[in-house]
Design a protein around this ligand. Structure first.
Ligand SMILES: Nc1nc2c(c(=O)[nH]1)N[C@H]1C(S)=C(S)[C@@H](COP(=O)(O)O)O[C@H]1N2
Ligand SMILES: [Mo]
Length: 454
């Protein structure tokens, strides 16, 4: 792995990749009291049960002899006048973050309208996906729909068909909730074998946002829906894909399903269904209908094209399992992960994401030796139901090959399976709903690779 490929951004940013490998060497050469030695000796001290080194404990800002003199330089920003208030247009990330973007997978045909872009999970923190990095899955391209012209209809087993404007929906009592959305085809290529290099491509059809909107049940009640005999609704998208999905009424009467207009504090992004989308917590992404234009109340599943051909699971015996709605418990280490490079041995925070369509994450265990030994990871708060949860684990890399894995358990007691366990039940020819434990091989040169261990 050359420095050029790191700089050109073909390698995914790892914890220490702001400095190049040469940069690291320079910092080392600056002397024993360099920044990185603080990290190393602090951990060694903690492991030995003694107090942290004096310099660290006192937060000593003065570099000792031979230390990092960069702190003494006065760069332009310390002496000049900064830029004016950023009132021009929509705020943008730092230009140094230009490599942070959604990407198409090298493992899939590159298409435009009927396509998918993956979220860069390796570079995200916490549990919220910035809206401009939310993964996209379009069956026939996206649209920027004029909200003043958009209409939403409730029909079927209702007293009165009702048509709402977006304004009318926004006048109704609203809720805001954090939920993950995962495409049922996330991690699909891994069914076959190791195919793609980074976590962006293995797990990036996954995002988590705070969604704001009106519970669908409110709109059904306004239309006088027959909630006794109406056991299902059909939700229909407004663009050319005519995406339609059956949603069980039980999810709606619980108040969980939302007709959302908000995402992370602002209106939905066009790519994600502006101005209205269905939020179906815990359920695979395909049911989260974008550009939502209609729900029809009915008494049986509709068996639409999007549920009779796609998004079902081919079982070992040759039968298909339809309506595998809930996304089962799953997790993945996002750093260190495939395509990243650890530039030196020493302390690392292993971090990742865990989620379950059945509720909250209860615990996550992490292995650094391919699943022989496990340590319980720290879950960051808040741990929310049907949302992403962030986990962390302290790790000192000894510079030898290591296999990193995470294994999540949800509050219903379900535990994420190994590939062996998953394939024993589901066979090898499936496409959707792969929630197996992911492995990353850290090689002794620091390069991290996607591997499968059984
Ligand atoms: N109208 C419409 N809704 C849709 C789709 C679509 O193509 N059109 N794709 C579905 C699929 S398969 C997924 S995984 C999610 C993706 O949502 P996102 O693009 O906001 O990530 O939207 C779902 N809703
Ligand atoms: Mo999807």
């Amino acid at each position: 792995m050359s420095q050029d490929s790191i700089r050109s951004g073909r390698v995914q940013k790892a914890p220490e990749n702001f400095l190049s490998r040469t940069g690291i060497k320079e910092v080392f050469a600056e002397g024993k009291k360099g920044r990185r030695d603080f990290i190393r000796s602090a951990f060694a001290a903690a492991a030995a049960g003694v107090a942290a080194p004096v310099a660290l404990a006192q937060g000593n800002p003065v570099p000792s002899e031979g230390g990092d003199t960069n702190i003494l330089n006065l760069p332009e920003h310390a002496t000049g006048l900064g830029q004016g208030v950023a009132t021009e247009g929509y705020g943008k990330p730092s230009k140094f973050e230009a490599n942070l973007q959604r990407r198409q997978s090298p493992g899939l045909t590159q298409t435009t309208q009927s396509s998918v872009s993956f979220a860069p999970l390796q570079s995200l923190f916490g549990i919220v996906t910035p809206s401009g990095l939310h993964f996209e899955r379009h069956h026939q391209g996206w649209w920027d729909i004029d909200p003043s012209k958009h209409r939403f209809m409730v029909n079927g087993m209702v007293k009165k068909n009702m048509v709402f404007t977006v304004d009318e929906i926004m006048r109704l009592p609203s809720v805001s909730r954090f939920h993950f959305i995962e495409c049922g085809a996330n991690t699909a290529v891994e069914w076959g074998n190791v195919a793609v290099p980074t976590v962006q491509y293995t797990h990036g059809m996954l995002s988590c946002s705070e969604f704001t909107g009106v519970p669908l049940i409110t709109l059904l009640e306004l239309a006088g829906a027959d909630l006794k005999n109406g056991k299902f609704v059909l939700a229909e998208g407004g663009e050319g894909s005519s995406m339609t999905r059956t949603i069980p009424m039980s999810l709606i009467t619980s108040g969980e399903v939302i007709v959302a207009y908000g995402q992370n504090g602002e209106m939905l992004r066009p790519e994600n269904g502006y101005p209205l989308r269905l939020v179906v917590p815990g359920v695979q992404g395909v049911s989260w209908i974008k550009y939502l234009r209609r729900v029809e109340v009915g008494d049986k599943p509709y068996g639409s094209k999007d549920e009779a051909i796609h998004y079902m699971d081919l079982q070992p015996g040759g039968l298909h399992r339809q309506y595998s709605n809930l996304q089962e418990v799953k997790s993945v280490v996002t750093t260190p992960s495939g395509g990243q490079v650890l530039l030196d041995k020493g302390f690392y925070n292993i971090t990742g994401l865990a989620w379950s369509g059945k509720g909250k994450i209860k615990r996550v265990d992490v292995s650094t030796d391919g699943g022989r030994n496990w340590r319980q990871a720290r879950l960051e708060t808040p741990v929310l139901s049907k949302a992403l949860s962030r986990f962390n684990l302290d790790w000192v890399w000894d510079g030898k090959a290591a296999i990193l894995q995470s294994r999540a358990q949800d509050e219903t007691g379900h535990v994420q399976p190994t590939y062996q366990q998953l394939r024993a039940v589901r066979g090898t020819r499936s496409i959707y709903h792969n929630n197996a434990i992911q492995s990353w091989l850290v090689q002794d040169n620091g390069e991290v690779k996607n591997v499968q261990v059984s």
